[in-house]
Design a protein around this ligand. Structure first.
Ligand SMILES: [Zn+2]
Length: 545
């Protein structure tokens, strides 16, 4: 029996009008267009779901995220994402400790001091008060630092005398006593004592994470995993697929740590892709890092980095992968017929990756075989090359809203004005896909990304520091989450656009029409999410049908 979904229908393409209805039959879209014709096509027995003027879109596609890792955090950790003060953090840790035996680890994640009233990190002593009998480690949302309590430091053997490891810092107070704050490789001193993660944690976590992504309107993802966990992550996805429980379509990447691992990675990805490659689960993708981070000021730039809008003379960031190594990786991955996603944040990194690709591969490419993940700074001379090599962008406009104050201070004003150049890239004919990168830096909430793309206004700090020339219209922002995300992730053969013959992955939103107010955008949430013709999520409090 056919279903008619009536609302304000955005097909995923800004070139099409806003239609009135979608007809779904089994798992497929049969018709998209005007209501009269939809009712005729659907026939007399059709069920009509009338959403009045509510916005209807294709299921959103998160073109770069770490859904399985988010699930693991949910399974083994305690979320601090809702905390608004140090007192909230202490209370959350206290409750976690009450549910644990003495001596059992507490691992908390999502620490973001910019969201706290006090605008600072908690100290080890505050964490001691919250859980005096448990080792506690709290991870920052950037992934670059963690705060440990006294018991956790003791188990790691960190004292006043301990020297920081190479590539890491043990922060100290004026007396030289460790404050509990550990940067980068120093985090491992504590992390190596955490209990072993088991495959069932990954599986249970993935169940939880896909619910979180669905409830935000995502029906497909590209999951770039994390170093050293390919087998566990793929195992979890395959377990859900076997149980018929995989509800979000997923392409899972191998997260390559270095060139040394490449041959192993190519073989294992090739093997797995031969076993599984269907409408729910795909692989055929390798991801690697070319430069560092925009928050930690390690991305590779042409000009000096800044801190709080002041230049750091002579410091331009780092390459994580050398240019010639990148060429080798790109060539071998493409020769295997796989896709490649490269983390590049700085303008110089983006240029070098494109150059490495054209030198190493040097043939007309399939669209989006190469994608650049993040691309926060892109020099205008890269636009042409992006188009020429048919590379796609997977960016995170939500960062403008959530962490724009930090990025702008790190970029300085002039560069911030042109950062996240979504409009220029679209105008140059580049496929620009949006994504969340959750759980790193952000949560899986596309509303923040749509807001960032349209208003380019940070949550705190200087409101107009990101130039409005690069602002998208609301429907252009939607296209980056649907049509273009589908292309960038290679799900466009079956989803990403509402048109006859595509799978019925559809979201109905709590806003009306396609010209929402600023506040409407920030609070946009799905009221119904359909995947493959089945309703997978309904917002509480809405009567449907
Ligand atoms: Zn990421």
């Amino acid at each position: 029996m056919a279903i008619v979904i009536k609302g304000s229908v955005f097909t995923g393409k800004t070139s099409r009008p806003l239609y009135e209805a979608v007809v779904v039959e089994d798992n497929m879209i049969r018709y998209v267009g005007w209501l009269d014709e939809a009712l005729r096509v659907a026939g007399n027995n059709a069920k009509v779901l009338d959403f009045d003027k509510r916005l209807v879109t294709p299921g959103f596609i998160d073109s770069h995220c770490h859904m399985a890792v988010a699930g693991l955090y949910m399974e083994i950790g305690v979320s601090l994402q809702e905390a608004e003060s140090i007192a909230d953090i202490i209370e959350i840790i206290r409750r976690a400790s009450a549910a644990k035996r003495s001596g059992e680890w507490i691992y908390a994640y999502g620490l973001d001091e910019s969201r706290l009233k006090e605008k600072r990190l908690p100290t080890r002593w505050e964490l001691d008060n919250a859980a005096p009998h448990n080792p506690v480690v709290v991870e920052h949302i950037s992934g670059h630092l963690a705060v440990a309590n006294s018991e956790a430091l003791k188990r790691a053997g960190i004292t006043k005398e301990t020297r920081g490891p190479s590539g890491g810092v043990i922060e100290r107070d004026v007396e030289g006593e460790p404050t509990g704050v550990l940067y980068d490789s120093a985090m491992m001193l504590v992390y190596k004592n955490l209990p072993q993660v088991k495959s069932e944690h990954w599986v249970r976590g993935l169940h939880k994470a896909q619910k979180a992504w669905l409830s935000r309107g995502f029906t497909a993802v590209e999951d770039t995993g994390t170093f050293g966990s390919w087998k566990e992550i793929v195992g979890a996805y395959k377990a859900l697929l076997r149980e018929g429980e995989l509800r979000v379509r997923a392409r899972v990447a191998y997260a390559l740590q270095s060139l040394k691992e490449l041959d192993y990675a190519l073989n294992i990805v090739d093997d797995e892709s031969r076993r599984v490659d269907n409408e729910w689960l795909r692989f055929r993708l390798i991801k690697f890092f070319y430069d560092g981070s925009g928050l930690a000021r390690t991305a590779l730039l042409y000009d000096d980095w800044c801190k709080n809008y002041e230049p750091i003379r002579g410091y331009k960031g780092v390459r994580v992968t050398e240019f010639n190594d990148a060429k080798t990786i790109l060539k071998k991955v493409i020769d295997r017929g796989l896709r490649v996603a490269v983390h590049a944040i700085g303008d110089r990194a983006v240029d070098e990756v494109l150059k490495a690709y054209s030198e190493a591969v040097g043939r007309p490419l399939e669209e989006c075989e190469l994608s650049i993940v993040h691309a926060l700074l892109v020099s205008s001379k890269s636009f042409e090359l992006l188009r020429k090599v048919k590379a796609c962008i997977k960016t995170q406009p939500g960062f403008i809203y959530t962490h724009g104050h930090v990025y702008a201070g790190n970029f300085c004003e002039e560069r911030a004005r042109h950062a996240f150049p979504l409009k220029s890239m679209l105008r140059a004919g580049v496929v620009v896909a949006s994504s969340t990168d959750a759980p790193f830096v952000s949560t899986p909430n596309p509303a923040e990304g749509v807001y960032g793309a349209v208003y380019r206004r940070p949550r705190i700090g200087r409101p107009n520091v990101f130039g409005k020339d690069e602002a998208l219209s609301f429907v252009e922002a939607l296209e980056t989450y649907t049509h273009y995300s589908a292309k960038a992730t290679g799900w466009d053969d079956i989803v990403g656009v509402l048109e006859s013959g595509k799978r019925a992955d559809i979201v109905v939103w709590n806003i009306e029409g396609a010209t929402p107010s600023e506040q409407d955008i920030l609070s946009m949430r799905p009221i119904l999410v359909m995947v493959n013709g089945r309703i997978m999520y309904k917002a509480p409090g809405h009567v449907i049908g």
